[in-house]
Design a protein around this ligand. Sequence first.
Ligand SMILES: [Zn+2]
Length: 794
Amino acid sequence: MCNSWSKAVEVKNYDLFMDIDFDGLKFKGKVLIDIDTERDVALNSVGLEILNVSSGAKTFPFKHSGEELIASTGQFTGTLTIDYLSAIPNSLAGIYRAPYNHTHVISTHFEAAQARRMLPCIDRPDVKAEFKVTVRIDKRLDSISNMPIDSVIDEGHKKVVTFKRTPKMSTYLLYLGIGKFDERRDKFGETDVIVATIPGKAKLGDFALDEAKKAIEFFESYYGIPYGLPKLHMIAVPEFAMGAMENWGAITFRESALLIDSGSSMRARKRVSEVVIHELAHQWFGDLVTMKWWDDIWLNESFATFMAFKVIDSIHPKWKVWDDFLRSETSGAGSRDALKNTHPVEVHVNSPDEIEQIFDDISYGKGASILRMIEAYIGKDAFQSGVQQYLTKYVYANATGDDLWNTLEEASGHQVKKVMTTWIRQPGHPVVTVSLNREKLKLRQERFLLSGDFEPDTWPIPVNMEVNGKPMSFLLDKEEMTIDAGNITSLRVNLDRTGFYLVHYAGLEEIVWRSNLTAIDRWGMITDSFAFLLSNTMTFKDYMILLTRYSGETEILPASEVSDQIALLHLLLPSKMAELSKKFHRAQLELLQKKTDENSIILRGTVASRLVFVDDDYADELAKRFKEYGRVEPDMKQAVALAYGRRTRDFKGLVKAYRNTSSDEDKARLLNAMTAMPDEGLLIRALDFTVSGEVKRQDVRTAILAAVTKPNAQNVLWIWLKANFEKLREIYGGTGILSGTFLAMIPILGIGRASELENFFTEHSIPEAKVGITAGLEKMLVYDRLVSNIQRSN
Ligand SMILES: [Zn+2]
């Protein structure tokens, strides 16, 4: 991929015809490209066998190498016709076969640079064009694309389906699905809202349909622009690498991110809601207005992430999803961003491998947290009006972050550009140390790093704090500043945690604890303290003292966080931390037993799952319930399955249950349970099962990541991983999935064998996962140091 092309090329239209051999898994393609260029036509094309390039009666010589197809046209204005052939592989990117029940659907996934696997095209987000898609398929099959069907012509046992022309859009948003689909239809105003699934599953789409309609209503009002297409499909694809993809008018999902049945957990419902609404946010932000180049992919992703929480909070206020936002987005991105091997939110990328790897916590979570910070800084109304202006101005076109800052600045009168430019372009984030000297409060900022070597660096930080109950807001844009505070009796900094920074209260902890702390404040205290423990700037002893303040925590947000921290410590030091984990989780289970709100139900499931690994009596009790697994309360099913796997070692029983369920959510629980086998031989069988062909390729990662969370599995997992390394690369080729997977695995796997991992990853070069591996190795050293510190501490 070449980012340095001048924009001396314009495509008006692609007329695509595909004659599809559904069973033979191949197609004949013909694309007519209405193009205007100053030199030879240069297109992207991978894996396509180009037969002929012509215009009218004239044929052009061409060269096809790497990902580029160059036709010797010279300066060219007109319609270029390309005839080609292609196979439809078992991959997860481009046009691919998604198998189920001994048959398949054909589906596509093009983001970021994969449209070139279906048609020769200028595969860049800023070269937008209209698409007219026509397919010739078996009469018995259905087909879905971005637009509704325009015409169907019978041809014996085949039919030719032509879709209406799309509006101007980027190549990565094009979609085509062929197969047998069941549909569930509804309407929002004039727009058809449709869930499509493999046969027999469409009724499981009702919850998603409902969420989608509410979201469209919200977005039309918030953006001030109606949904642009005559219909919206939400398609459950049986094999899908990501959670979902926002193809304009034809959003694709993995089944578990769209479908809800009677056995689905509350956790799954929240997840479906979030994914559906995230993709809907993109229909405007991303699809209608698109980033110029992938350097700004964060703008798409962070915006959709941020907006999804806004919408869910409005339609399900009881879910308190901003609490989830803090845990999954702000804190999740913070720990990634505290590595030296982080990257700025806006990052320069060129090759497809590089592009695929930046769909990460920084682009989603950090970007979204910074948008939340800027909204808090300029106010909700100004933020909305700036976004409206931006969308209206760049409709059907492309824009950059700067363009958004300009409209936000105009709408608010605040220095948005100055603040945002630093936050977006500077890697890392600050810790603000607050200290008191003779009634003067001092705030000092520096770059927080998990390595512990904090570096001098400054960000323009919109600070919101409360001193003696009085709120204060200002921009801290230098290294330090001092405030006359008088006699301080209460203090809270970074209110609602809208700021993307940590707070270190130096010698002020007791005053802070006497303040009227909210659940978010308490969450912030323990979250930051764990980061200080990891960075070796807080002792384990001090951390443990703080932890005792949370032993009977009754608020979901801090209780969930403490549970996560204890689970991680238990993973790093199983024998040493088992008792702590047992005590905390037993107390939590007791507290949560009688609660009936959604978030308590979810946390109770998590707590039970963790208790299974430290409390044999409890695990034995739970394991007994596996025989009535179908009737177990959905959010407790995971704990029951884990207990069964761990205590009975009945691998065959779990496999049988796996084969008997058609729900992907359930299958994931059972895979998780298989990796809870305490016996090394059984664990190997569990891991082998995941790549036996019986488990969906999309779920192999799920299973491996589940294995990483089992305290006793690390040895076996590492041996297995080395042996199955190339297989994993093959499964996830072209997706960028392995980058995130290795980042999650390496820090845990590396405990006690850090140099072995370093050597292994030096010897095995994996360009498609380089970003995650490098970061993972750095984090591994952080965990390794913590483990030795704790071991030495008594
Ligand atoms: Zn997205």
